[in-house]
Design a protein around this ligand. Structure first.
Ligand SMILES: *[C@@H]1O[C@H](CO)[C@@H](O)[C@H](O)[C@H]1NC(C)=O
Ligand SMILES: *[C@@H]1O[C@H](CO)[C@@H](O)[C@H](O)[C@H]1NC(C)=O
Ligand SMILES: *[C@@H]1O[C@H](CO)[C@@H](O)[C@H](O)[C@H]1NC(C)=O
Ligand SMILES: *[C@@H]1O[C@H](CO)[C@@H](O)[C@H](O)[C@H]1NC(C)=O
Ligand SMILES: *[C@@H]1O[C@H](CO)[C@@H](O)[C@H](O)[C@H]1NC(C)=O
Ligand SMILES: *[C@@H]1O[C@H](CO)[C@@H](O)[C@H](O)[C@H]1NC(C)=O
Length: 213
């Protein structure tokens, strides 16, 4: 007779080992956050006030870097706030590895290029503030994946294309700013489903279609 219990034991043992190995391979930690921020820094081509140049050094913890805060519970990067610093460059896709990021505020710099789609993996994000920059290209449909988002400011950039229907998935969103861009097409009806929305600014774009609200 086959000893079922020993088979089960071996099976659970191997599952357990895989679990630990897989976890080690997939788990991000503060080292991941550091490399994400260094990748972000490496794509900044101009930093006239030398904000990051000397301060973002591997000789101190990222949690002590200017503009960075960590949360006590996970010891991971919680916010990245670098507004009004005249930074120029593009945004590294590696920022998408800051898996505990809640606040990303790059307001009023000269970041350009397209928003990397990896940013839309930041499922804990509550505040995304990137107005007053030089971003261009479309706002990806993956925006709707940021289900915790409460404040979204994309105004005064060069974003173009349509607003995705998926924006209606942002049920926590309180404020939406897309004013002064080059957005076009109809404003999606799904906006009516955003029950938390208190403030919306879509002014100075090329929207068209019938007004439904
Ligand atoms: C982070 O994880 C990597 C492996 O994924 C490991 O080598 C490294 O020591 C870890 N760092 C910390 C600070 O836990
Ligand atoms: C970086 O800036 C922060 C905040 O201004 C400061 O507390 C920290 O000591 C600085 N670190 C270095 C290495 O200069
Ligand atoms: C942008 O930042 C600069 C300083 O770097 C400041 O002079 C300017 O008033 C800011 N503009 C906005 C719209 O916040
Ligand atoms: C972080 O993100 C980049 C690009 O999205 C990726 O290539 C890299 O391997 C990721 N992981 C780590 C641990 O840095
Ligand atoms: C948008 O693009 C136009 C034309 O390329 C440029 O003149 C303008 O400065 C850009 N605006 C922003 C906010 O990036
Ligand atoms: C609003 O949400 C409800 C329930 O999730 C869905 O059935 C409906 O189609 C949505 N309406 C619009 C305009 O997206």
């Amino acid at each position: 007779m086959v000893d079922l219990s020993s088979h089960l034991f071996l099976l659970s043992l191997s599952l357990h080992c895989c679990f630990i190995a897989c976890l080690a391979a997939n788990t991000k930690n503060i080292t991941t956050d550091q490399s994400a921020l260094l990748a972000f820094k490496s794509l900044i081509t101009s930093d006239p006030y030398d904000v990051l140049a000397n301060n973002w050094s591997t000789s101190s913890s990222v949690c002590n870097w200017v503009g960075v805060t960590c949360d006590e519970r996970h010891g991971r990067v919680h916010s990245l706030i670098l507004l009004n610093m005249c930074l120029r460059g593009t945004v590294s896709p590696n920022l998408g590895n800051l898996s505990f990021l809640v606040i990303l505020d790059l307001k009023n710099n000269s970041f350009g290029g397209q928003l990397p789609t990896e940013l839309f993996r930041l499922r804990r994000l509550k505040i995304l503030h990137i107005s007053y920059n030089e971003f261009e290209g479309g706002i990806p449909a993956a925006l709707g994946d940021l289900s915790q988002l409460e404040y979204l400011y994309l105004g005064v950039n060069n974003f173009s294309g349509f607003i995705s229907q998926s924006i209606g998935n942002l049920h926590q969103l309180k404020e939406l700013g897309i004013g002064r861009n080059k957005m076009s097409g109809p404003i999606p009806q799904t906006i009516l489903n955003m029950s938390s929305l208190e403030h919306i600014n879509l002014a100075v774009n090329y929207f068209s279609g019938t007004r439904t609200f």
